[in-house]
Design a protein around this ligand. Structure first.
Ligand code: DP6
Length: 328
């Protein structure tokens, strides 16, 4: 069976950074995210007789090396569960420019988990799909669900409770996110390596883990109360705390460029003038700016004026995973 699935990317308001177990990819902390409308990956998977190895077509280009290895390792989990040794043909494309540093392992592994498990004949619940996606990438576990999502750190060594669950659907709150793209180059330190470095060498790491539960509880409560100011404040706090942690390793990892910092200041200046607007940044130089629909235009105009902002992508809470096609 050839199965095509689609998943949206997501942005964490409370950040995941650090692993309690690297082999099963179990997070050291929980996280809370918004699934993003219109920033998606569509992936088709077909387990085929006669293939000597897995093949991966990414945005129309045949991949080998690291990208293919990561996908093959993930497919090995599926093959083991489904009891098959067949290799797969995987065709995947992002509907947003991959070169923009927005290439998302979250949407990629959520779509791959859904398409490959079904193509191998497995019938999994959303919780099981979340657990499976996590093996590919921690943030992917959240992209199974739409709207507002919480990922649990979990306690069990086998990872069965390290899964995401929905907090509220996309209709719950029409927030707006504007992504200020400040670099089209691929980042130099990926999240996995950045996390390893923080855990191995930052003196802040134990504090980050110890204070995570309090941040999650606070965000959960202000989010469900639709307190925009608090949601924004705690999002900025979690973002800066995560980056301080990454920067405090040996060597520290700095994901920002000059324009990233300019956007952070501009957001705070606009806020001083009375517009509720906040930023959050993942392991890269792009800034995700959070506002309410009535302020989207003024925020967009402000961002356009900042030197170094190459373009702006507008998004809002979106849907979870979708099966597009399943055909024999
Ligand atoms: C900064 O999910 O990319 O975006 O599990 O190693 O694949 P791996 O990491 P990944 O890390 C995301 C880190 C982050 C914060 C977040 O999305 O919560």
């Amino acid at each position: 069976m050839r199965v095509t699935a689609k998943a949206n990317s997501n942005i964490a308001l409370i950040k995941y950074w650090g692993k309690r177990d690297a082999s099963l990819n179990l997070p050291a902390v929980g996280s809370i995210s918004v699934t993003l409308d219109g920033l998606s990956t569509q992936t088709s998977v077909w387990f085929k007789t006669g293939l000597g190895k897995d093949r991966l077509l990414l945005n129309g280009t045949e991949e080998s090396g690291l990208a293919l290895d990561r996908v093959s390792r993930f497919l090995n989990i599926i093959r083991m569960r489904a009891g098959t040794s067949l290799k797969a043909f995987v065709e995947s494309s992002n509907n947003f420019p991959t070169a923009a540093g927005l290439a998302s392992s979250a949407s990629a592994f959520a779509a791959l988990a859904v398409a490959s498990s079904k193509a191998a004949g497995l019938t999994l619940t959303e919780a099981e799909l979340s657990e499976l996606s996590r093996r590919g990438s921690g943030s992917a576990a959240r992209s199974i669900f739409g709207g507002f999502v919480e990922m649990h750190r979990g306690e069990k060594p086998d990872g069965s409770d390290s899964i995401a669950e929905p907090l509220a659907d996309k209709a719950f709150w029409d927030l707006r996110l504007l992504i200020a793209v400040t670099s089209e180059k691929a980042k130099t330190t990926d999240s996995t390596s950045g996390m390893t470095q923080s855990k191995a060498s930052s003196p802040y790491y134990p504090v980050w883990v110890d204070t995570a539960e309090a941040d999650l509880a606070e965000m959960r409560s202000v989010l469900l109360a639709k307190d925009f100011q608090k949601v924004g404040e705690i999002s900025e706090y979690s973002c800066l705390k995560m980056h301080a942690l990454a920067q405090s390793g040996r060597p520290g990892v700095v994901y920002w460029n000059g324009a990233t910092v300019k956007v952070m200041h501009a957001v705070r200046e606009l806020r001083q003038s009375g517009i509720p607007v906040y930023f959050t940044i993942d392991a890269g130089p792009q800034v995700k700016v959070l506002c309410l629909p009535e302020n989207e235009q003024v925020v967009n105009e402000m961002l356009q004026l900042i030197p170094g902002v190459l373009r702006i992508i507008k998004t809002r809470p979106g849907d979870g995973i979708q099966i597009i096609e399943a055909a024999e």
